[in-house]
Design a protein around this ligand. Structure first.
Ligand code: KMH
Ligand code: ZN
Length: 285
């Protein structure tokens, strides 16, 4: 699989997620103001793309259409980051609401390639839903990032591309989400197996390890020429007993690890090159 600009690295920040309660982690960015401030800090630290889950006025996960729309607009106004909305939402979100996420016209959307046990819950992604979401992303010109929680998901991606062709923009960017209880483990061995199975059409991939698997996955991905996702969606501590205070700390750490591996953060330009998203509105004017 070819790697674009191996001297550069894309760092995606996933600052919020749907699993952590604000009450348990007051520094989690859950309001629009907090999210925009976080996005600006993370862009300055080297991030190129933001993977977004939003919260309601009570800080609970929501897929509210108006909030999603306002979030995309606010992030575009304040940053150059590629804006990726989560279509995974929370394990409790119905499939039809997850399809409607594309109405907010993000640059990119996550697209998980199969159902997985998710701790004590089930993250449901039946094949007909995957097909519908993928075709909708092609129609709406939204570039998917294929989320791979298990090796079976890599196999399903091959099946999807064979059936429906390439994504909008022509690039296939994948993200290994490793270490979820119920998915593949966050180990170098699992990443090696996953990368070896990627469809030939894959143009780039990143990886993230949940919780304690964050550092092993980061080091394995760097050693294999992959890109990185970091953020409080995936990990809440910098080390045992040391809480993350700001998402930018995780981006800064990824930038410094990447530097040791001889790679520089490419920022939003690299994100646009890798995903071939539509140019931001102000650039197309
Ligand atoms: N919150 C998880 C159930 C995605 O954003 O697409 C699903 C998730 C994946 O985070
Ligand atoms: Zn997510």
């Amino acid at each position: 699989m070819p790697t674009t600009s191996p001297d550069q690295i894309l760092i995606t920040v996933a600052p919020t997620g749907a699993e952590t309660a604000k009450a348990d982690c007051p520094q989690l960015p859950t309001t629009l103001e907090e999210l925009v401030e976080t996005a600006c800090e993370c862009e300055a630290a080297g991030a190129g793309m933001i993977h977004v889950h939003i919260r309601d006025a009570d800080h609970r996960p929501t897929l509210d259409q108006t909030r999603l729309h306002d979030t995309v607009q606010a992030l575009r106004e304040s940053t150059d980051l590629v804006v990726q909305l989560s279509t995974g939402g929370s394990v409790h979100d119905p499939l039809d609401a997850r399809l409607k996420v594309l109405d907010a016209q993000p640059d990119s959307c996550s697209l998980t390639m199969g159902t997985t046990n998710f701790g004590n819950d089930v993250f449901s992604n039946p094949w007909p839903f995957i097909c519908e979401l993928y075709q909708l992303s092609q129609e709406r010109q939204v570039v998917p990032e294929f989320e791979l929680f298990d090796l079976g998901h890599v196999h399903a991606l091959d099946r999807l591309l064979n059936k429906f062709g390439l994504p909008y923009g022509g690039k296939v960017h994948c993200d290994f989400v490793m270490g979820v209880p119920g998915g593949m483990p966050g180990t170098a061995a699992a990443l090696v197996a996953g990368v070896a199975m990627l469809p030939a059409e894959t143009s780039s991939w990143s990886a993230t390890g949940i919780g304690r698997s964050t550092l092993p996955v980061m080091l394995a991905a760097l050693s294999m020429g992959g890109h990185l996702r970091v953020g409080m969606e995936d990990v809440l501590t910098l080390a045992k007993g040391v809480p993350v205070e700001r998402n930018a700390q995780l981006v800064e750490r990824a930038v410094s690890f990447a530097k040791l591996a001889g790679r520089a953060a490419g920022g939003p330009d690299l994100a646009r090159e890798l995903l071939q998203t539509s140019p931001p509105a102000h650039m197309g004017e």
